[in-house]
Design a protein around this ligand. Structure first.
Ligand SMILES: Cc1ncc(CN)c(N)n1
Length: 229
């Protein structure tokens, strides 16, 4: 069994919880509150900015031009292509994209970004890819799952979002990252493989938590503290 196949198997519980999360099901059903979508976009815009910077950190640790080109192309994919699903959500809620940019991160998004940055600064290339991989992989499978369950047609409000993530380019982002990680895992020591496993599982947990953060419009505790008399 390939290393990434074992990662997928070990984290199947979280993948299933993601597919059944009310925000994710709401995308399939075409029914999510406008507040939750705005909360998601505000956090995800900053999350994707951080993701590109982590690709930059990974490029700085690369040992070949091929690796540098790979991370450069992935950054370009976020800049040029991954804005389309955000636009789909913004059009649905009737809010300009620009007004949802530059907002402070809610706790879960902050945690997720810092988790990836930790591995980018302290870990091996395998560990970095282990922390990054759940991002494209869970979304690819969400796209596939929503296509299968809801068979959306072009008049579905989130047709663009769903088809973007079940599209061949999202698929190749996941496949390429998996191939790179599988190659690195062949040379990795048992303790390094355990660190990769840990990074991967925590990112899966934080993917699930990110949907919950958006659905509940999560705030920092002080924003919700009830005043005592
Ligand atoms: C939190 C999160 N995870 C994954 C993706 C898909 N690249 C995303 N846009 N946002």
């Amino acid at each position: 069994m390939l290393f990434t196949e074992s990662l997928r198997e070990e984290n199947n519980d979280i993948f299933q919880l993601i597919f059944d999360h009310p925000f994710v099901k709401g995308i399939g059903e075409g029914d999510i509150s406008k507040e939750a979508i705005a909360h998601y976009i505000k956090a995800d815009f900053e999350y994707l900015n951080a993701f590109m910077k982590i690709y930059g950190l990974a490029a700085s640790k690369s040992s070949s031009r091929d690796d540098i080109r790979y991370f450069f192309n992935k950054m370009e994919f976020i800049l040029k292509d991954e804005i389309h699903p955000h636009h789909n959500f913004c059009e649905y809620i009737g809010v300009p994209y620009e007004s949802l940019q530059g907002h402070p991160l809610p706790p879960t998004a902050d945690h997720y970004i810092k988790h990836m940055l930790y591995h980018a600064h302290t870990g091996s290339m395998g560990e970095i890819l282990g922390a990054l991989l759940p991002c494209p992989w869970t979304y690819l499978e969400i796209g596939d799952e929503l296509m299968k369950r809801y068979q959306p047609t072009p008049d579905h409000p989130f047709y663009q979002w769903i088809t973007f993530y079940s599209d061949a380019r999202t698929r190749s982002t996941t496949t390429e990252m998996r191939e790179r990680l599988d190659n690195l895992a062949k040379e990795a020591s048992p303790s390094e493989k355990n660190r990769i496993r840990d990074a991967f599982r925590k990112s899966c947990e934080l993917e699930l938590a990110f949907w919950e953060m958006a659905y509940t419009c999560e705030e920092w505790p002080s924003g919700k503290v009830v005043k005592r008399i």
